[in-house]
Design a protein around this ligand. Structure first.
Ligand code: UDX
Length: 444
C-alpha cells in the first residue's frame, strides 16, 4: 500500500487493522517502531503518511469511504478441525467479507491480496452477496509475489503483476486495478487471467520455488557423500538457460511464512479432489526440507563427539533469511529444538530478531516447558558475545555481517576445537581452516 500511495498520488490509501498497537506503531514518529522491517519501506511510509497514506483502526469508516478494498489478512495453516495442519484457515477472510458486506452501501471492488486456496473468491462473493444490502461486489484476485527483505524493490520492478477476474462481468473493475499498477509497471508485465488461474498461480509459484530449494538441498547431501561440491553443481546447472541460476543456494532448509504453508495447502487441495499422486509429489518437498533441518542438527552433534550436553552452541541468525526480522518457520527454530533435546545450550545472535521472539518461536513447538526453553536458549547482544566460549557456530541466516565478521578474533574466543557449521556456505573453507576452525560446509 505504501508503494501504491507513493506511485499513485491521486489515490487515497487507508490501511486499517483491528490491532490498535500495530496501527499506533505505524503512526509512530520513529520509523524503528514500525511493525515490519523492510529495506526502503520506512522511507516510503514517511514520504506518504499523512499525504495519501493513512493508518487507522476505524475499519468501518474506511470500508464506507473506499471504492477498492484489498483484503490482506493472514491465512495461516489451520490448527484445528478438518484440514488441521494442512488447509488454510480462512476465518479472517470470512470475517473481513462479513464486515464489508455489513458496512458497504455502495458498489465495491474487492481485491483478494491474501494468499488463498483456489476458488476462495467464490466464497467471498457468496458471503458478500448473501449478507450485503444489495450493493454490487466484484471480487478480483491479485496475488502478491514479492519476497521479504526485497519487497519494495520486487514491487517497484515487478517481474509481473497478476490480476484475476471474470473478463465478462468484471472487466471494468480489472481495468481499475490495471491502471493503478500501470503507474509504474510496464503494461506488458500486467497479466490478466481468470480468477481461479490467478489464485492457483500463487500457490504454484511458491511450490516451484520451494521445490528448487529442496532439490538443491537434496543434491547437497549427495555431494557430501561423493565429494562433489554443490556450489559447482549449482553453477553448472544454473547456466543452462532452461534451468536458470536463481534459487539454487543450499540452506539448512527453507523457512518463511509462505513456502510450507502454501505447499501444505496445495497438498490438501489435491487430496480433496482425490489426486493422491499429485499430493504425494508436493509432500516430498516438505519432507526433504524437514530432513535437511534434522540432518544439519545431527551432523553437528556427530561432529562434536556425539555429545552437546551443556555445550554452548552459537546460532548466527534466527530470521528465516537476511534483511528481515521475520522468523516464521525459520529452520533455526527446529534446529534449536533438536539440539535442546540433546541438552545443548544455545546462544543466538540475530541483528533483527528479539530474544522474546526467539522464545515465542521455540515455545510454539510445545516440546517442553517454557522455563526449560528459557534455560537452554539465550539471546546475545552481539556476534562476539554469542561466540565467546562456544564449542561451535551454527551459521543459519545469510546476514552480510556474518561474512564480514572478524573470524580470527571469534576463533580466539571459542572453546577448542572450534567448529563452524555453515548452513549457507557463506564463509570460505580455506580461510576458516587457516585460522584453525574445523569447518563443515553444506554440500561441499
Ligand atoms: C516467498 C516468495 O519468494 C514470494 O514470491 C512469495 O510472495 C512469498 O514467499 P519469502 O518467503 O519472503 O518469499 O522468501 P524467499 O526469498 O522466497 O525465501 C524463502 C526461503 O527459502 C528462505 O528461508 C530462504 O533463505 C530460502 N532459500 C531461498 C534457500 O534456501 N535457497 C535459495 O536459493 C533461495
Amino acid at each position: 500500500m505504501a508503494v501504491i500511495a507513493a506511485r499513485c498520488p491521486e489515490w487515497r490509501v487507508t490501511v486499517v487493522d483491528n490491532n490498535a498497537d500495530r496501527i499506533a506503531a505505524w503512526n509512530a514518529d520513529d520509523p524503528s517502531q514500525f511493525p515490519v522491517y523492510e529495506p526502503g519501506l520506512a522511507e516510503l511510509v514517511l514520504a506518504t503518511r499523512g499525504r495519501n497514506l493513512f493508518f487507522s483502526t476505524d475499519v468501518e469508516a474506511a470500508i464506507a469511504a473506499a471504492g477498492l478494498i484489498f483484503i490482506s489478512v493472514n491465512t495461516p495453516t489451520k490448527t484445528y478441525g478438518m484440514g488441521k495442519g494442512m488447509a488454510a484457515d480462512l476465518k479472517f477472510i470470512e470475517s473481513c467479507a462479513r464486515t464489508i458486506a455489513a458496512v458497504a452501501k455502495e458498489d465495491k471492488i474487492i481485491v483478494e491480496k491474501s494468499t488463498v486456496p483456489v476458488r476462495t473468491a467464490a466464497t467471498i462473493k457468496e458471503i458478500l452477496d448473501h449478507t450485503g444490502s444489495g450493493t454490487n461486489f466484484q471480487v478480483l484476485s491479485n496475488p502478491e509475489f514479492l519476497a521479504e527483505g526485497t519487497a519494495i524493490e520486487d514491487l517497484l520492478h515487478a517481474d509481473r503483476i497478476l490480476i484475476g477476474g471474470d473478463m465478462k462481468r468484471d472487466a471494468a473493475a480489472v481495468q481499475v486495478l490495471v491502471d493503478i499498477y500501470a503507474h509504474w509497471v510496464p503494461r506488458e508485465r500486467i497479466l490478466t487471467a481468470n480468477v481461479w488461474s490467478s489464485e492457483l498461480s500463487k500457490l504454484t509459484a511458491n511450490a516451484f520455488l520451494a521445490q528448487r530449494v529442496s532439490s538443491i538441498n537434496a543434491m547437497a547431501e549427495l555431494c557430501e557423500k561423493t565429494h562433489a561440491d554443490v556450489r559447482e553443481v549449482a553453477r553448472a546447472i544454473g547456466m543452462d538457460s532452461r534451468i536458470g541460476p536463481k534459487f539454487l543456494e543450499v540452506s539448512a532448509g527453507f523457512g518463511g511464512s509462505c513456502f510450507q504453508k502454501d505447499i501444505l495447502n496445495l497438498i490438501y487441495i489435491a487430496r480433496s479432489y482425490g489426486l493422491s499422486e499429485v499430493a504425494e509429489y508436493w509432500e516430498q518437498v516438505i519432507r526433504l526440507n524437514d530432513h535437511q533441518r534434522a540432518r544439519f542438527a545431527r551432523k553437528l552433534v556427530a561432529a562434536l563427539f556425539n555429545n552437546v550436553a551443556d555445550k554452548k552452541i552459537a546460532f548466527l541468525g534466527w530470521a528465516f533469511k537476511k534483511d528481515t526480522n521475520d522468523s516464521r518457520e525459520s529452520s533455526a527454530i527446529y534446529i534449536a529444538d533438536y539440539l535442546i533435546h540433546e541438552r545443548a545450550r544455545i546462544c543466538a545472535y540475530d541483528p533483527k530478531v528479539t530474544s522474546e521472539q526467539m522464545w515465542t518461536d521455540l515455545n510454539a513447538l510445545d516440546s517442553r516447558p517454557a522455563e526449560i526453553n528459557a534455560e537452554h536458549l539465550t539471546a546475545a547482544a552481539s556476534l562476539d558475545a554469542a561466540c565467546t566460549d562456544a564449542h561451535a557456530v551454527a551459521l543459519l541466516t545469510d546476514w552480510d555481517q556474518f561474512k564480514e565478521a572478524d573470524w580470527r578474533s571469534i576463533y580466539e574466543r571459542m572453546v577448542k576445537p572450534a567448529f563452524i557449521f555453515d548452513g549457507r556456505n557463506l564463509l570460505d573453507r580455506s580461510e576458516m581452516e587457516a585460522i584453525g576452525f574445523i569447518y563443515h560446509g553444506t554440500g561441499c
